[in-house]
Design a binder for this molecule. Structure first.
Ligand code: MLT
Length: 411
């Protein structure tokens, strides 16, 4: 007997971007054990869980230790107590009405955005902004939608929408018909945003071309600028053409705790191979019921605590802390003459390398000479070449220190 592998895995880049960075950093640290690295690479939060969240977490764990409050399997879609708070706090406040059955609690936006493509046939054309969060591309490569990667770093069957200094990081609408469009705003990795009018163009495009938008709003809580939409459902007509992903990772420090959700409105329909309408919501529900057993009860209780008055205040303090760091980074890089983007409505700061140094070489310079870990823009796609991403998820002191170190570099 021979077991045949999914050949699509052979089309994928060897290592997931953040695994490759971790490997390089570990190698460096082994060779230089005394060097104190400042890590501004992967977007992993550093502030501890808020007090109110922690208390709810503990209390729920205690409930599991008592026969009369013990719970086993929960609903695959999440507990209503959390879903109701999501709708009330994250959507009703911006004028969006949702049913409980349209919200699916999960263990992460990475999993949701990676898994969602399973609902679609392999012959759909996907479009991604470039640079892009690698999960959207890699999960579609695994599913056989990409074709081969050319020498230029582009997969032959994926439509790339460049976002660079030249277009102010606003992607142009695709010239060709595409079926599934991944948008992430505030953007990972560039930290840039779209206005309501700009996002409306995408919703209109989706209506005109029978396309679907998979909208990743994992960084929504960093938005401060008015007229930047917190949800795609603020845009008229979006409920018929969009699915939205949100996460508690960056909002409330849940990168290790794991909790997120995705909204699949009942209005979204796609087609079967005979051209009949198929409602998307029951498909995702079916997929989750089969492959997912829900997020643990204490984690959902911890997430719910974010919506209490105290919880909201504490979470905001953490967010403000990161926003202040982002300001330090932006100003520090600008002061030494670099072209800096993002970092206003986002924890990510995106900058052009000096003297057109390529991303990985500048990553090495930052690592070896400034002892700062960054993410090379090229790791997010061909249009990220020549850029670097830094995150504001560190202590204030380390952030200031990192800027001092970088300002002493000679390029
Ligand atoms: C990033 O650094 O881009 C994020 O940590 C990715 C993620 O949330 O999975």
């Amino acid at each position: 007997m021979a077991v045949n592998v999914n050949d699509n895995f052979g089309l994928i880049q060897n290592n997931y971007l953040f695994v490759e960075i971790a490997r390089r950093v570990e190698e460096y640290q082994k060779a230089n054990p005394d060097v104190e690295l400042i890590k501004m690479g992967i977007g992993d939060v550093t502030r501890p869980l808020a007090k109110t969240v922690l208390k709810a977490f503990h209390d729920a764990v205690d409930e599991l230790g008592q026969a009369d409050t013990f719970r086993g399997y929960g609903p695959e879609q999440g507990y209503d107590f959390l879903i109701e708070d999501v709708i009330k706090n994250d959507y009703n406040t911006i004028g969006v009405e949702l049913k409980n059955s349209e919200v699916f609690i999960s263990d992460g936006a990475k999993c949701d955005t990676g898994n969602f493509q399973e609902l679609f046939s392999a012959d759909n054309t996907i479009a991604v902004t470039d640079p892009v969060y690698p999960v959207y591309v890699d999960s579609n490569v695994m599913a056989g939608r990409s074709g081969k990667m050319g020498d230029d770093g582009f997969y032959e069957n994926i439509v790339y929408l460049p976002c660079t200094e030249e277009n102010d990081f606003v992607p142009a609408l695709p010239e060709e018909d595409v079926d599934i469009i991944y948008l992430c705003y505030p953007n990972n990795p560039t930290g840039t945003t779209l206005t309501k009018d700009q996002l409306k163009e995408w919703v209109d495009y989706a209506h005109e071309h029978d396309a679907l938008i998979l909208f990743d709003a994992a960084y929504e809580s960093f938005i401060k600028t008015e007229n930047v939409p917190h949800s795609i459902f603020e845009i008229e007509g979006a409920k018929e053409v969009a699915v939205e992903f949100r996460s508690y990772s960056k909002v409330a420090g849940f990168t290790g705790t794991r909790c997120a959700y995705c909204v699949v409105p009942e209005e979204v329909y796609v087609k079967d191979s005979e051209g009949n309408d198929v409602q998307l919501n029951p498909l995702w529900n079916r997929r989750q019921s089969t492959k997912f057993n829900g997020v643990s009860y204490p984690v959902q209780r911890a997430a719910q605590a974010i919506y209490t008055e105290e919880g909201k205040k504490e979470i905001q303090e953490n967010l403000d802390y990161y926003v202040e760091n982002a300001k330090v980074i932006r100003e520090g890089l600008e002061k030494i003459g670099l072209h800096v983007y993002g970092g206003v409505d986002s924890p990510y700061i995106w900058f052009k390398t000096p003297n057109d140094i390529d991303s990985w070489s500048f990553f090495d310079i930052l690592l070896n000479d400034a002892h700062v870990v960054s993410t090379p823009g090229a790791g997010f796609g061909p249009s990220g070449e020549g850029y670097i991403r830094l995150t504001s998820f560190n202590t204030y002191e380390n952030t200031v220190e990192a800027m001092e170190r970088i300002s002493k570099l000679e390029f």
